[in-house]
Design a protein around this ligand. Structure first.
Ligand code: 9MR
Length: 467
């Protein structure tokens, strides 16, 4: 059941939007609150991570075909993908970048581009790299040449994959990367160089919207504020500098430390300067994994209460961190086992939060199985219906209210003349498309997109209902 959204949500957007409008009318470069397309329209990004399979395949490609992308659009009308990259594949030997790998990535990006998707490239890692933890656990990311365990052990029998982060060998690998050991100052440089190579390859690909610099950073023996304001900020500065040397325009997204912050605790990540010409384009891409759900419980009873509280903390703390960073928010990952009680409700709540904050979101993940939209046999699961919802893909101004109710979508914005507003409408609620007040709509039945012309200035409020 789709719930009516809270007034508080609309108010949050008003506050955010007012800040953005003020910045725009001051004509001084100021922080952007929302991700925009090349015309300046606000984008509401809605999609998946693609895909965990890229962690383990020998060529680091996700097990995904162009037909899968087509099906995703047809079934859910998504417009966004967080695409996993692997440092081991970008830089298989020190200083050598694998153009064949980048070509294969480019081919996948073209499948998305042809269907109007925006792509966030994510330099993924879990547990540092492959080969340290048992194969089934799927540690991934770093190349073997950048992996220094100093002979420290890594136990092979934890009950959940995150526990391997506490193993001495894994901690040491990270300590060398962050150079808290003082022995490997070259590793961060290599990582930043790998990002430069990626940026050089994709800077002119319009579908590539952003770079997510490191998945779920783990500080090894340095944790919390000391880690985020120390080595992590240092890595981000170097990556930003190297990326901007070749790419002035693509958004750069920073992740806070994963431990704690994924559960709703505050982050201490500082602002990172953007040397680009024009307004800064650095945003925040946190993850959200309420602890009880992460530990395998359903969204019910005590777990539900704790999860609801988590959502409140997460929202407050994420807004605070985004303010400090001075940029938009993309929720890079959230997800759970969809067979658990209440799972659909939880996903809907998070999507509502995304609408409320004007925040892009990528569900974890597109892989087949109980978490994903399709089973191993390719049958649609409950997630398909939840993800297939009405949303404004692009907005011709700065939004102050996005509210997806039952068979009714409200999109309020301060128009800025950047172009028409495009609204995706799912077949179950809008079988014959939509009619709109507040603008003039043209329905594209094949894409299920209502394109709405509105005045170029002033406050616009569109209300879409079934045609
Ligand atoms: O779901 C993934 C699990 O099967 C793997 O064992 C694990 C390590 O590769 O990664 C899980 O995916 C995680 C992602 O890589 C990072 N954020 C949390 C995801 C879910 O736990």
């Amino acid at each position: 059941m789709k719930r009516a959204r809270l007034l508080a949500g609309a108010l949050t957007l008003v506050v955010l939007a007012t800040g953005a409008v003020a910045a725009a009318t001051r004509q001084a470069p100021g922080p952007a609150r929302f991700v925009t397309d090349e015309r300046g329209r606000t984008l509401l990004l809605h999609g998946f991570n693609t895909a965990s399979s890229a962690k383990s395949t020998s060529d680091a490609m996700p097990e995904l075909t162009e037909a899968d992308v087509e099906r995703e659009y047809r079934d859910m009308g998504t417009n966004f993908v967080r695409f996993l990259l692997q440092w081991r594949a970008v830089e298989p030997r020190p200083g050598v970048y694998d153009t064949e790998y980048l070509d294969k990535v480019a081919e996948r990006i073209s499948w998305y581009a042809e269907r109007g998707y925006h792509v966030l490239l994510d330099m993924h890692q879990d547990l540092w790299g492959p080969g340290i933890t048992p194969t089934a656990v799927a540690g991934n990311g770093a190349p073997a040449w950048a992996t220094h365990l100093d002979g420290l052990p890594v136990a092979q029998d934890h009950w959940t994959w995150e526990m391997y982060y506490l193993e001495p060998g894994v901690i040491r690998a990270f300590d060398h990367f962050w150079n808290t050991t003082g022995e490997h100052p070259e590793l961060m440089e290599h990582y930043a160089g790998a990002w430069r190579a990626v940026a050089e390859r994709f800077k002119d690909e319009p579908a590539v919207l952003g770079y997510d610099l490191m998945n779920e950073p783990w500080g090894g023996s340095v944790q919390g504020a000391a880690f985020e304001s120390g080595p992590l900020a240092e890595l981000y500065r170097r990556c930003v500098e190297r990326i901007r040397a070749v790419d002035n325009d693509t958004w750069i997204f920073l992740e806070p430390q994963a431990v704690g912050v994924n559960w709703g605790l505050p982050s201490a990540l500082p602002a990172i300067a953007d040397p680009r010409e024009g307004e800064p384009r650095i945003g925040l891409a946190p993850h959200l994994y309420p602890l009880p759900l992460d530990l395998g419980e359903g969204y019910e009873g005590g777990s539900r209460e704790w999860t609801d509280r988590t959502l409140g903390w997460w929202k407050e703390n994420t807004l605070r961190a985004a303010d400090r960073i001075g940029g938009p928010i993309i929720l890079g990952e959230f997800g759970l086992d969809m067979t658990k009680p209440g799972a659909e409700d939880l996903v809907e709540r998070v999507l509502d939060l995304g609408d409320e904050l004007g925040m892009g979101r990528a569900y974890w993940s597109r892989d087949p199985g109980p978490w994903g939209p399709y089973s191993e046999k390719g049958e649609p699961g409950p997630l398909v219906a939840v993800m297939n919802r009405a949303y404004p893909r692009a907005i011709g101004g700065v939004p102050y209210r996005i509210e997806a109710g039952e068979r009714r979508l409200t999109v309020g914005f301060e128009a800025n003349g950047s172009g028409p507003t495009e609204i995706y409408l799912p077949a179950d609620e809008y079988p014959n498309g939509g009619k709109v007040t507040g603008g003039t709509g043209v329905w594209d039945a094949a894409r299920r997109v209502l394109t709405v012309q509105t005045p170029a200035q002033g406050r616009v409020e569109l209300v879409v209902t079934p045609a």
